[in-house]
Design a protein around this ligand. Structure first.
Ligand SMILES: Cc1cc2nc3c(=O)[nH]c(=O)nc-3n(C[C@H](O)[C@H](O)[C@H](O)COP(=O)(O)OP(=O)(O)OC[C@H]3O[C@@H](n4cnc5c(N)ncnc54)[C@H](O)[C@@H]3O)c2cc1C
Length: 382
């Protein structure tokens, strides 16, 4: 039994491990030219707080020892799911089963698509390398996007000795996770560290000057920085899946066994949508990689498949004395927002409820009781 796995991120590497353990021969295709790594550590890598060798998922000899054929720098360019063939680097291979784990891509607003060497998203090791070449103490970085990745980038930039500005289109930080009260505390904490935050404005244009990014905001204001880091979200990478005829809306469509509509083709990780939702979570991608491999082997051996139950993962971020935790609904009109014990000027603990049911919890600066509230929120969503 020979299994081809496309994409060597968290889902793909875990799928390879599990398939190999189950006795399959495994070929793992990676579009990148470096060993698979912990993607969440890219921010540390980009700002010089980690090295690529220190963030690898597995050492090079692990793949050899496991008998996994890892093909780096081998983007899969064609996938024929009727004949189960995969083409990469001009070579076509036939497999008994295939797992598509192509991950996600950063969303790029038009100003970020013009190829300015000062403007980068942060989604892979090459982006981190490009960003790092522009990081220097005393330099300026503008982070476009006030989500968790933007905030981590801002804090890392600050630690690298840079002057940092965050530009967020919405009127509050982390709008997808935080209600107004928690966002205000977050804003205050960033401002206390001399991070400049501009809310309620978007970037309209960026000049293509190779040395400096000159940003024009929608109100005409301009900003200059050696580095503009764009962090405005991600979307499943369905390009290959669509070419191969797989169903893909928000992501590759799978059932609860992580099967696609083609027999013998499973999918896992950020690339998929389940129950109409695309998720972006290392933990879920890893679990899905495991389930997809287990199920593909079971399918090929004619055994019954394991049901995959999607879980709402909490957001958990810690950097020095900066702690952010959230799960569930951010709240707003129509929701009750309860302040929990222990909230102060700089610490916030809120519970979002509707009709007496806990639907979200947000904490900054304190983690006390988070797991219990998160469990209640998960029950509330069930
Ligand atoms: C900067 C950053 C910080 C993050 N922080 C967190 C965090 O704190 N917590 C958390 O849970 N999640 C975090 N995430 C999200 C997390 O990294 C993803 O959910 C996880 O990487 C998804 O794993 P995956 O295997 O589905 O995809 P990926 O890890 O993205 O791997 C997909 C791989 O497939 C490759 N690929 C795509 N197309 C092809 C092709 N045609 N042929 C061959 N290879 C291909 C890609 O190049 C990529 O290497 C972060 C992401 C980023 C970018």
């Amino acid at each position: 039994m020979h299994i081809g796995i496309i994409g060597a991120g968290h889902a793909g590497v875990e799928a390879a491990r599990v398939a190999r353990e189950a006795g399959a021969a495994v070929t793992l295709f990676s579009a990148e030219d470096v060993l698979p790594y912990y993607r969440p550590r890219l921010v540390a890598l980009a700002f010089g707080h980690a090295e690529l060798s220190g963030i690898q998922l597995r050492p090079a000899d692990w793949y050899t020892a496991q008998g996994i054929e890892l093909r780096l720098n081998a983007p899969v360019t064609a996938l024929d799911l009727t004949n189960r063939t995969v083409e990469a680097g001009g070579v076509t291979q036939r497999f008994d089963g295939v797992i598509v784990a192509t991950g996600a891509l950063p969303v790029l607003p038009p100003f970020a698509r013009e190829g300015s060497p000062a403007v980068w998203p942060l989604w892979n090791a090459e982006h981190a390398r490009r960003i790092r070449s522009r990081v220097r103490p005393g330099g300026q970085v503008v982070v476009v996007g006030g989500g968790i990745l933007g905030i981590e980038s801002a804090l890392r930039g600050l630690d690298a000795g840079m002057e940092v500005t965050i530009v967020e289109l919405m009127d509050r930080l982390m709008p997808a996770q935080f209600g107004a009260r928690a966002s205000v505390v977050l804003l205050r904490r960033l401002q206390d560290r001399h991070i400049h935050v501009i809310l309620g404005h978007g970037v309209k244009a960026v000049s293509a000057d190779p040395q400096t990014a000159r940003l024009t905001l929608d109100d005409g204001h301009t900003l200059e920085a050696e580095l503009c880091l764009v962090s405005v979200g991600s979307r499943p990478d369905t390009s290959l899946a669509l070419l191969a005829g797989l169903d893909a809306g928000r992501g590759i469509v799978t059932d609860h066994f992580l099967q696609t509509r083609f027999a013998g083709c499973f999918a896992a990780g950020d690339a998929i949508q389940l129950e109409g939702l695309a998720r972006c979570s290392m933990k879920e991608a890893t679990t899905q990689g495991k389930v997809a491999a287990t199920n593909l082997v079971a399918f090929l051996e004619g055994r019954s498949l394991q049901f995959y139950q999607a879980e709402t993962s909490p957001l958990s971020f810690r950097a020095k004395d900066f702690e952010i935790y959230s799960i569930g609904h951010p709240g707003g009109v129509g929701y009750e927002d309860h302040l929990l014990d222990g909230s102060t000027e700089s610490v916030i603990r809120t519970l979002v409820m509707k009709d007496g049911i806990p639907l979200g919890v947000q904490m900054i600066g304190s983690r006390e009781g988070f797991d219990e509230y998160a469990a209640a929120v998960k029950r509330g969503h069930a």
